[in-house]
Design a protein around this ligand. Sequence first.
Ligand SMILES: [Ca+2]
Ligand SMILES: [Ca+2]
Length: 470
Amino acid sequence: MGFRGFFFFGLLVGVFHAQLAADDRQPPNVLLITVDDLNDWVVGLDGHPQNVTPNIERLARRGVLFTNAHCQAPICNPSRTSFMTGLRPSTTGIYENRPWFRTTALNKNRVTLTEHFSANGYETFTAGKIYHGSRTEKRSFDNIGPTPGQMDKGAKRIQSELKGLWDFGPQDYGGNKSNDYKDASWVIDLLGREHTRPFFVALGFYRPHVPFYAPRKWFDLHPLDKVRLPEVKLDDWADLPEAARKLTSNSTPPSHDWFVKNGKWKPAVQAYLSCVSFMDAQVGRVLSALEKSAHAKNTIVVLFSDHGFHLGEKQRWAKQSLWETSTQVPMIFSIPGGLRGRKCSRPVELIQVFPTLVELCGIRKRKGLEGVSIKALLDDPNTSWSRPALTTYKRNNHSVRSERWRYIRYSDGSEELYDHSKDPNEWTNLASLPAHAEVISEHARWLPKINVSNAAAGLPSKRQKKKKQR
Ligand SMILES: [Ca+2]
Ligand SMILES: [Ca+2]
């Protein structure tokens, strides 16, 4: 080998080394935390002035907090199906809490977020509630941890006149007996381990979903006599179309009148605030474990809720509406080396989580997703962004949320329009004013072009199949 040949060989080795170093760099891990029924009562969104959520604030300080993020459906099953498949309810036909999407011909083969990561070199884990009903499936998760459900063991009913999951009040079991504590502990253990492959952990907290139960010490953080109630406008419903009344009448939660007449409004708000603080403490335990671990500098943390929650706003309770209180969710992305302590007011959607994580982790793109990546907003929260956030509740009822407006169109064609620059409570429906015709048409062009019929559960679920075999 002459001198030139040796030099060339040396160059090749150098190139090979650089290549090896690049391949050696492991893609970032993902810690995805979903919170059930968490509205904007957290630090940074400040939907309630008395929220105590220092750990969600801590996460926001190390990332970007989206102040105008929205779910694609204001109830568990369709929202969770949507962010896990990256598809809108108008495309999957999953509009309500039934059916489970795998039992429908249209959706049985959908590839979910974690399934896609698993197929691209990640090892996936789950604990708590990611799918509605804490359902798990081997197809979506390589490793399945505890999924103990909404009701903590040893919980005592507080409001004797309420039934099912609807109840609220302090509990005397220790915090470590609660389901969220146990699920967080399972994840903390995972974070303390070495991993040979990049991991994707999907952890779903149950609180503040009903029952609003938390250990008494969290209630002490929110003294009952100091609790402030959401503002309401007594004649708010006078300018609503009939379709709005029909869509939002829900027999599951007690009526707003029940809370008012029985003096239960304040105790329920206190209980919700307490559950949010309790859940926040579990977020804190997981964050501390991550920060102490070997994975601290190579793990993306994403936190969001599946939809909002009314506690008297617009004189109603729970979710199941196309108004801000139901559609808005907290959403935080914390990326190693990314922006810290920034807020973004551009409208964003939960279906954007799937393509955004795919882009951030540099894995193979998934075709057919309906959301776009919001990496540009994570790089610059003020970058221009024309896309609004869409929410669908039951078939062909949609809301379109832009930075300033909320436009709602119900399946019968009736409409609502709210100007958030003047009316954050959505009290004054402007839809019938001719002056707003252009705003309405600008928003209406984003409405889904297809609204598939309700997906029918024609296929037996795995559970039913097993039953048959027995
Ligand atoms: Ca929920
Ligand atoms: Ca009104």
